[in-house]
Design a binder for this molecule. Structure first.
Ligand code: TYM
Length: 330
């Protein structure tokens, strides 16, 4: 079976951007792929955090992923710090990654511009990401569009290591991103991508009332000032893409016609979206509440995930150490 790997930061609650850009695809791909899904808490400590909050957010993310449909019987779901081989390989990869490749990463530029003092972890962040993926020799990585540049770097890392330590037959595959039609979901402001750090998200576990309070003021086609103005769905940055993601095809067709013909106002359109969103999200919220009531079971699932991940990770590290001469005392 082909092997896939992907990761998500423990930012607490999963939002609709994470879900549509990545996690929903993970749930589909776990059938037919050997799958590893990782809550990347070492990546999360590159920005401000408190230990208690990190612990809580890590557990909450596990609950959200399981509630969304990741099945531990099919996929290996685990926490990055439970598998120390990630940081071990990350260090090794730091020694073969040109600084210039890291400095030109857009996410590095954006994140470092927001900080007074820039820590090395922000710069080396995508090197650890390359280690995450390559530790499992995964060649396919289901992610949203914002991760594409990081994956380009993962391929550079794989190529550099192979050229030095496995020149005859490449040991590490060059991982490719697997994107969905919902690869970039805009935030409620209609400007930036949906992102926890910007505060323009809809949380996956929010109640119907909370979701409605967010949809109601969301930006639509700016040319539609009045209900009687004809609109263009393609210019509606948030509501129309969410319809395409959550509403059945005949409803999307109706949305397009009613928008162009000014048959519905934007508020009518939002109400229809709300109904279809909640049809998909309410069962997830119910499952999450059940899982929250069984924290020991969630911990056990994560421990078992780490044990299974480590079996593969150790094997890779044995090969890496041997090829690099890091096995002198073994
Ligand atoms: P993170 O935690 O920011 O996001 C997790 C996944 O959600 C996707 N995503 C989106 N997709 C569409 N629209 C959006 N608005 C949106 N916001 C987020 C992301 O593209 C991602 O797929 N660096 C990674 C975590 C990581 C990782 C890895 C990913 C660490 N190691 C190895 C893949 C493989 C990150 O910060 O994702």
């Amino acid at each position: 079976m082909p092997r896939i790997f992907s990761g998500i930061q423990p930012s607490g609650e999963l939002h609709v951007g994470n879900y549509l850009g990545a996690v929903k695809n993970w749930v589909a791909l776990q059938h037919g792929h050997e799958s590893f899904f990782c809550i990347v808490n070492y990546h999360a400590i590159t920005i401000a955090f408190t230990p208690d909050e990190l612990r809580r957010r890590t557990r909450d993310m596990a609950v959200s992923l399981l509630a969304s449909g990741l099945d531990p019987a099919k996929a290996v779901v685990f926490v990055q710090s439970d598998v120390p081989e990630h940081t071990e390989l990350g260090w090794i990869f730091n020694t073969i990654t040109p600084l210039g490749e890291l400095e030109r990463q857009v996410q590095f530029k954006e994140k470092s511009a927001r900080q007074e003092q820039v820590m090395a972890g922000i710069l080396n962040y995508p090197v650890l990401q390359a280690a995450d993926i390559l530790l499992y020799l995964a060649d396919t990585v289901p992610v949203g569009e914002d991760q594409v540049q990081h994956l380009e770097l993962s391929r550079v890392v794989a190529r550099n290591w192979n050229a030095r330590f496995s020149p005859d037959a490449p040991y590490f595959p060059e991982p490719q991103p697997k994107l969905t039609p919902t690869r970039r979901i805009a935030g409620l402001d209609g400007q930036a991508k949906m992102s926890k750090s910007i505060g323009n998200t809809i949380g996956l576990l929010e109640t119907p009332e909370q979701v409605w309070d967010k949809l109601r003021p969301a930006v639509t086609d700016p040319a539609r000032q009045r209900k009687t103005d004809a609109g263009e769905p393609e210019k509606c940055p948030v509501i129309y893409p969410l319809h395409k993601a959550f509403s059945p095809v005949p409803v999307v067709t109706e949305v397009e016609a009613k928008c162009r013909g000014a048959g519905w106002g934007c508020m009518d359109c939002k109400k229809v979206l709300h109904t279809h969103m909640m049809e998909e999200l309410t069962p997830i919220r119910t499952r999450a509440a059940e899982l929250h009531a069984r924290p020991k079971d969630v911990d056990e699932l994560l421990h078992d995930g780490a044990r299974r991940a480590r079996l593969v990770a150790r094997e890779t590290m044995d090969t890496v150490r041997a090829r690099m001469g890091l096995d002198a005392s073994q």
